[in-house]
Design a protein around this ligand. Sequence first.
Ligand code: 2HG
Ligand code: ZN
Length: 452
Amino acid sequence: MFENILGDRQIKTAPDDLAVWGKDWTNGFEVAPSVVVFPEDNAQVVDIVDYAIANELRLVPSGGRTGLSGGAVAGNGEVVVSFDRMNRILEFNAEDRLVTCQAGVVTQTLQEFASDQGLFYPVDFASAGSSQIGGNVATNAGGIKVIRYGLTRDWIAGLRVVDGRGELLNCNAGLVKNATGYDFRHLFIGSEGTLGLVCEVDVRLAPAPEPQLVMVLGVPRVADLLDVLKTFGARLTLSAFEFFSDLALEKVRAHRMLPMPLEDSQPFYALLEFDGSALEAGMGAFESCVEAGWVTDGVVSQSEAQAQALWQLREGISESIAPYTPYKNDLSVCIREVPDFLADVDKFVNESYPDFEVCWYGHIGDGNLHLNILRPEAMSVEDFMAKGHAMSPRIFELVKARQGSISAEHGVGLLKRDFLEYSKSAAEIELMQGLKALFDPHQIMNPGKLLP
Ligand code: 2HG
Ligand code: ZN
């Protein structure tokens, strides 16, 4: 067994441990791994993969376990490979602005390391305090700053990955320019652990931004959110443009005991972040939006503490609605399509399920909407999940009609696997299966995830 390649502290089989490391934040799937192993370096990852090939074991990679699509759920006797013990920052190079992390480095640790160097790691989201860089790579994590800084993919300059044959691949190693054909780095980013195990990541850091201001605006109509986005975007560089509905605000305020940001409630709110030096431009944009009738009221942060308090209104929503075991969706369409798409989905849910409450929020500035439908208190979790499952094809038809994505940033995992065809053609899925067979000929890498 693994005792021959790992020390005692690197193997867990107690039922409580299997229950913790065998799942992520997704609910509703069976959790039944056989063992959890904790490699400490790349060579041990290779040994684990070799051992799995020889003994026909299947591997489920596990990072910070904050996933919402079941990508890190082990439900079928698999071996969970946790990167918790590969959590060191290995190297920093100021000339290249490059930091090399083991896959288990927590996102926030990387952000703090960057800031200690006078630099910036711009990928950020509510679970940054627990999520790990390897998991971020596996799902190409997005979050709240995508509108200005892009996704995880945009900051990954190199990867060391062990593929399903047990080969340690060194993909790109930090080069800015490299025109030697297929860039495997980008294939592993977003592959949800189905092609190999990410062991080390070279991350490019950005120059530190100036202090940021946060503005929260009351917006009565969804369609006007895009006018607000355009008006601000024409006058300054936005670092974030998020939105949430009044129901979302109500839930997060109750959960975190936060004050009302504006005097009156509105159907929707926009949260904007931009450079402090753009305050005047921001105020001008705000006035134009009020004059046009798109915005009723607004508040702008007067201190770093207030900026953080305003961000809580958005970042705390997911946690605040968790007790309702919501039916969750993470959808995207082109930015111009957002208002009509949102109206389509609202209409469908209101007509077909008049008792359900729809809680909208998300990264509207990049076209990513989080659709959470709350379970009515009287309904059992099982009944509600069955209703959600029946609802999915109808919602995904609406996504497909606009050439959108059924998973904007959380990944496909187990949750969306059977619906992949709504965002990928048969020809594309066939190519994906071909790649899977090439990189993972023994079918041991996160089996059952992503691909139908
Ligand atoms: C967010 O943007 C996260 O808050 C979670 O991606 C979204 O809970 C969700 O649906
Ligand atoms: Zn999100």
